[in-house]
Design a protein around this ligand. Structure first.
Ligand code: AMP
Length: 419
C-alpha cells in the first residue's frame, strides 16, 4: 500500500528533539511564574470573524494564510493563525477584566498557509504572553524584560531588540495619508503586491521583501515623525525603563508588524543566525482590540515568540540538552524472571523518587538484550535470571564504566539506585 505522509509545512517533533522543546517550555513556564503571569489554554479553532476583526481583513494572514472551513452547521471557523485574538476573546467573554488587569500566557500550535521554508512552517508553535488592562509603558517594558530573562535562562546570546511606535490611531491615520501620497507619487516603482496594498493597507508596503522596492521604502516618510505627544512620551517612557534595566535596543522606524491591531510601541527580537527568518519574537501594544471585539475598552499589550526558531537557535549554539536516558534498564532472562520483571520494576519505582527505569520488552539472546540496555544510554543494566528470582537477588552491571558486574539483594537495590 502507498505510504501516507504528513502535511507539507507541518512537522513531527521527534523523541530526540522533544527534550529541547521541554527545556524551552519548562524555562518559559518558570520565568513567567517569576513575573506573576498565569497560563490559559484557548481552543485551536475560533470563529473566522474573530481574526477578520482583530488581525485585519487586509493582512496577508487573513487574506491568504488562514485555514478556514465551514463546520457541519455552516459556521465559518478557522484554525488560529495567532493567539492574541483568542486570549482577548476569552477575557472579554468570561469577564476576567472585571477583576482588574490580567497577566496571562499560553503556548501551542498556530496555523498559517505560508510557503514553507527553513524557519517558516504551516503549523508552528508560539509562546504567547499578554498583559490585558494596563496602559503604562511599564508593562511594555515588563514584557520585553521577560523575553530578555527567558533568553538569558536558555543561554541564548546575540539577540537584538528593535523598537518602534505605531502611535495612536490618529497618528496612524496621518501617517497613512502621508504614505499614500508618497507611494502614489512613485506608483510606477511599486510591485504588484504593493500597488494593491496602496489602496488596502499602505503600512504593509514597508514590509515588502522585494529588493527592487528597498530604496523607495528607505526614503518613505517615517512613522516616528508623525507621533502625537502622548505616543512619543509613551515610547520615551519605555526606552527610559529599558535603559535603566540595562536592556539595549535600536529604533527601527520600518518595523510595522504583520497584524493590524497594533497601536503604540511595537518590538521585535531578531537574530542574524537563522537566515531570512530572522525574527524570533514580536509584539506590541494593542489598545483598541478589546473594544474592537466587543469588550468595554481597555488597553493591552503582548508578544508572541516563535518556538521553532528558539529551538533552532539552541541547536545552532550547541545549547540543546541531550535527550534523557533511563537511570537503569532491566533485562530479564528466563520464563520466571520475565514474569517477575514488572513486579520488581514497580517496587523500585515506588521506592526511588523520579527513577527512570526501562524494562526490556523485545526478545533475543542475553547478548542482544544487553546491547539494547547499552544503547538505551542507561547507567546500569539490572539483570534478572531465574536463579536471581529464586534467591531474591539481581545482577547490577555498570554500563558507563569498567567496574565489575556485581550481585545484590533486591531489598538493597532501591538504596543503591537512590545513591
Ligand atoms: P507574528 O505572530 O507574525 O507576530 O509572529 C511572532 C513570531 O512567531 C515570529 O517572530 C516568529 O518567530 C514566529 N512565526 C511567525 N510565523 C511563523 C511561521 N510560519 N513559522 C515559524 N515561526 C513563525
Amino acid at each position: 500500500m502507498s505510504r501516507i505522509t504528513g502535511v507539507r509545512g507541518m512537522n513531527d517533533i521527534s523523541p530526540t528533539e522533544s527534550a529541547t522543546w521541554h527545556f524551552v517550555e519548562a524555562t518559559a513556564r518558570e520565568v513567567l511564574r517569576c513575573y506573576g503571569y498565569r497560563e490559559m489554554r484557548p481552543p485551536l479553532v475560533e470563529r473566522t470573524e474573530l481574526f477578520r476583526r482583530s488581525v485585519g481583513e487586509a493582512t496577508d494572514i487573513v487574506e491568504k494564510e488562514m485555514y478556514t472551513f465551514a463546520d457541519r452547521n455552516g459556521d465559518s471557523l478557522s484554525l488560529r493563525p495567532e493567539c492574541t485574538a483568542s486570549c482577548v476573546r476569552a477575557a472579554v467573554e468570561h469577564g476576567w477584566l472585571r477583576a482588574g488587569g490580567q497577566r496571562i500566557w499560553t503556548i501551542g500550535p498556530m496555523f498559517r498557509y505560508e510557503r514553507p521554508q527553513k524557519g517558516r512552517y504551516r503549523q508552528f508553535h508560539q509562546l504567547d504572553v499578554e498583559a490585558l488592562g494596563f496602559s503604562g509603558p511599564d508593562v511594555d517594558a515588563e514584557l520585553i524584560l521577560i523575553c530578555a530573562r527567558l533568553f538569558a535562562r536558555l543561554g541564548l546570546g546575540r539577540l537584538r531588540l528593535q523598537l518602534n511606535s505605531l502611535g495612536s490611531r490618529s497618528s496612524q491615520a496621518r501617517y497613512r495619508d502621508a504614505l499614500v501620497r508618497y507611494f502614489a507619487h512613485h506608483r510606477d516603482r511599486l510591485d504588484e503586491d504593493s500597488e494593491r496594498r496602496l489602496a488596502t493597507n499602505p503600512l504593509r508596503i514597508l514590509d515588502s521583501k522585494d529588493p527592487a522596492m528597498q530604496e523607495l521604502i528607505d526614503c518613505a516618510p517615517r512613522i516616528t515623525d508623525f507621533l502625537d505627544d502622548e505616543s512619543a512620551a509613551h515610547l520615551q517612557g519605555l526606552t527610559d525603563m529599558l535603559d535603566r534595566a540595562g536592556t539595549s535596543w535600536t529604533l527601527n522606524a520600518r518595523l510595522v508588524r504583520g497584524l493590524d491591531y497594533y497601536t503604540g510601541p511595537v518590538f521585535e527580537w531578531q537574530t542574524e543566525e537563522l537566515g531570512a527568518q530572522n525574527a524570533v519574537c514580536g509584539g506590541g501594544r494593542y489598545d483598541h482590540l478589546i473594544e474592537d471585539i466587543g469588550g468595554s475598552g481597555a488597553p493591552a499589550t503582548g508578544f508572541a515568540m516563535g518556538l521553532e526558531r528558539i529551538v533552532a537557535l539552541l541547536e545552532q549554539q550547541s545549547l540543546a540538552p541531550p535527550p534523557p536516558c533511563p537511570d537503569a534498564y532491566l533485562v530479564a532472562v528466563g520464563g520466571e524472571a520475565q514474569r517477575e520483571a514488572h513486579r520488581l520494576a514497580e517496587t523500585l519505582r515506588d521506592r526511588v523518587d523520579s527513577l527512570s527505569l526501562t524494562v526490556d520488552a523485545a526478545g533475543g539472546s542475553f547478548r542482544t538484550k544487553l546491547k539494547r540496555a547499552d544503547r538505551s544510554g542507561a547507567r546500569y543494566a539490572l539483570i534478572l535470571g531465574d536463579a536471581e528470582v529464586r534467591d531474591a537477588r539481581v545482577g547490577v552491571k555498570a554500563l558507563r564504566d569498567e567496574s565489575e558486574q556485581r550481585s545484590m539483594r533486591q531489598s538493597a537495590l532501591a538504596e543503591f539506585l537512590r545513591g
